[in-house]
Each structure stands twice: as structure tokens, then as C-alpha cells.
Ligand binder design. Sequence first.
Ligand code: SF4
Length: 65
Amino acid sequence: MRIHVDMNLCESHGQCVFAAPEVFSFDDEDYLLYDAEPADTLLDQVREGARMCPVRAITILGSAP
Ligand code: SF4
């Protein structure tokens, strides 16, 4: 799948990191890092992270059916 995080919206709340730690992480300055093309096996985690994001910054752009 492909995902996008709107970094203008992201406020480093970290819910996505908690939900999908294999995809989202923080650098040393709490700036969000993420894998823009994570494996489709992580879709449930990514969906949960997107659902939990309080500012709705995460968009899932495409995934296998
Ligand atoms: S949950 Fe949303 S606001 Fe928080 S770090 Fe993730 S993308 Fe950013």
C-alpha cells in the first residue's frame, strides 16, 4: 500500500506510532518518520493508526484488495 501523512497537520501525538510501530516512528526531535510504502500485511495496523490520529493527517492511498 501507499500512505501519505500531511505533516502540516501532524502534531506528533504519536497514536499512529503506538498503533503501527513498524510503519511510524519519531526521530530524536519528535518529528514523525514513516514508511510511505509499507507491506500490505500491515494494512490493519495502518488503518488503526489513521483512525486514531486526532488530526486525521494519515491518508491511505492504495492497497491490495
Ligand atoms: S497520530 Fe497523527 S498527529 Fe500523531 S504523530 Fe501520527 S500522524 Fe502525527
